[in-house]
Each structure stands twice: as C-alpha cells, then as structure tokens.
Design a protein around this ligand. Structure first.
Ligand code: PXL
Length: 288
C-alpha cells in the first residue's frame, strides 16, 4: 500500500545527511517522502565555511498548501531544525497533521560526541525538548539523550569500559522522563567481550529495554543518525518490530561505514551507503 511521510529536515549539498538520507531510505523502503526543507545549506555544518539559507518563513506555506489539498501522512519525521522558530513551525505542522494512527518520529538533532552542534542555544534546546514530548518514536544519540533528560554524560562514559550492563541500566532508569514515546538511544560505545569495541542501540518500550549491538568500526560519520531514523520510521510503517528495524538499520549503516573506511572517506562526507540501499528493499508483491 502506498504510504506518505512528511520529512522535516534541512537540505545539505554535502554530507549525505538530512533530507538526502531521508529521501533515499524512504524510497528504498517503498515509501513516498514529501520533503519540507527547514533550510538549505551548501554543506552540513561540520564543513568549514558552509553557507545556510533559512526557510523557516516558508514552512507555514507547506502546511497551508498540503492541508488545502487534503493531503494526509502515515508518518512525520523531524530532524535538523536549525532555529527555535523552525521547531515552532514544526509544532504547528504537527497540530495539523499528527492525528491518531500517524507515527511522529522526532530525531532530536542537537549534538554528538559530548558537544552541542554549532550555533545551538538554550532556546533551541528548549524548543527541541518541547517538540520531543509529542513524539511516538524518539531517536537521540547518547549526547542528545543526556541533554533531553538533564543527565551528566561523563559518569556514564566512565561505565562504558568496565560495566556496560550498569550503563544500560542507568540509561533505562533515566529514560523514565521520556516514557511517553518508544525510545532508541543510538550509538552507545562500550567494551564487549575481551575488550572488543562495540556500539549499542538501546531499544526502550514500555517496560522493556533491549540492547542491539554491533562491532564498533570506528569513526563518527555525518548522516548516520539520519539514515538510522529514516529506517526506523519506514520499519514502523511496514509493521516491523522496533528491534527488527534497529537490526536492519545497524546492518545497513555498518556496511556503509566499512565501505567508507576502505576508501578513507572524510567523516564530514558521510558514509558510502548508496550501494547498500538494496538491503532495505523488500520483495514486494506486484499490486496488480
Ligand atoms: O546529520 C545531522 C545534521 C543535519 N543537518 C545539518 C548538520 C548536521 C550535523 O552536523 O550540520 C545541517
């Protein structure tokens, strides 16, 4: 069945992130992506000298026009919003289109590796926090999880090496404040058996908490969070379980990272995911 997702995100010319990632993944998974660009950038903000044009003032037009046309969505995804005003416009969009049966995935793009992204102020954090309360599915990385829950990151990082199960237990405990949504805390590095570097994605639903783990291939690349979120939303619309979708997203992204490492792609350029989109494509019955 044809399904539509409104993808609220920026369009970056370089970095293989945001709308570029959303559209590729959703299309590969058989879902129409309707882009609502929050801003247009020459390149994502990790590149020196990037230029950005805010489209905040145009965001309302999309909602107005789509509503006048009687369009509806099965899913809504929001990612990089850039300004508190864009977050407020996203909220206004949700007021119109987030109806029962519509899944809203909020990727609270705020920072990574213990740092808040360039240019993000406290009012931006507050605006994203407010938005995240409306989410059905929330996909923070560890840094964003700490920002959303007011948790100190350093004591958690200290547990990564020696006691990952205690780290997962503490994250689960702290997640109680976000329990209105299904939650996946992404990209948690930890030491596995014999000190093997691993990455966990913690899937928290109701009263269950399941770590889905992959070998840590090293490096932190642009756009992986966006690819991950888009696979999860498409998986939800295809009625996969969240754990199944996280496994699929992790496998897909691992292949892209392996390929990027082999070619020594700089982290700002994102991963070589394009040849692996086929991993996301299910055999579908011909509708005729
Ligand atoms: O992938 C996250 C992201 C999206 N969009 C822009 C960014 C970033 C992360 O740096 O700069 C413009």
């Amino acid at each position: 069945m044809h399904q539509r997702v409104a993808a609220i995100n920026d369009l970056s010319g370089l970095g293989r992130c945001s709308l570029t990632a959303d559209i590729a993944v959703l299309a590969a998974m058989g879902i129409e992506a309707c882009p609502l660009p929050t801003s247009v950038l020459t390149a994502q903000t990790g590149y020196p000298g990037y230029r950005s044009l805010s489209l905040t003032d145009h965001m309302k037009d999309y909602g107005d026009h789509w509503q006048a046309l009687g369009v509806s969505f099965r899913g809504i995804l929001s990612g990089y919003l850039g300004t508190p005003e864009a977050a407020a416009q996203t909220e206004a969009f949700l007021d119109r289109f987030h109806r029962p049966g519509v899944c809203y995935l909020c990727d609270p793009v705020l920072g990574d590796n213990g740092h808040i992204y360039r240019g993000f102020t406290k009012s931006m954090i507050d605006a994203v926090k407010k938005l995240s309360r409306q989410a059905d599915l929330l996909t923070p990385n560890l840094t964003e999880f700490c920002i959303l829950t007011g948790t100190d990151l350093d004591p958690l990082l200290a547990l990564e090496k020696d006691n990952p199960s205690e780290l997962f237990r503490q994250l689960y405990q702290k997640s109680a404040v976000l329990q209105h949504a299904d939650l996946v805390i992404t990209g948690i590095p930890f030491s596995g058996e014999q000190g093997k570097p691993m990455i966990a994605n913690l899937v928290i639903q109701h009263d269950t908490c399941v770590p889905v783990c992959f070998p840590h291939l090293g490096g932190s690349y642009s756009g992986t969070g966006d690819l991950f979120a888009a696979v999860l939303l498409a998986g939800r619309l295809q009625e996969q379980t969240l754990v199944q979708s996280v496994r699929l997203a992790g496998t897909f992204i691992s292949r892209g990272i392996q390929d990027a490492r082999k070619e020594q792609v700089p982290r700002n350029d994102g991963i070589n995911y394009e040849p692996y989109l086929r991993l996301l494509t299910q055999e579908r019955k011909d509708p005729s």
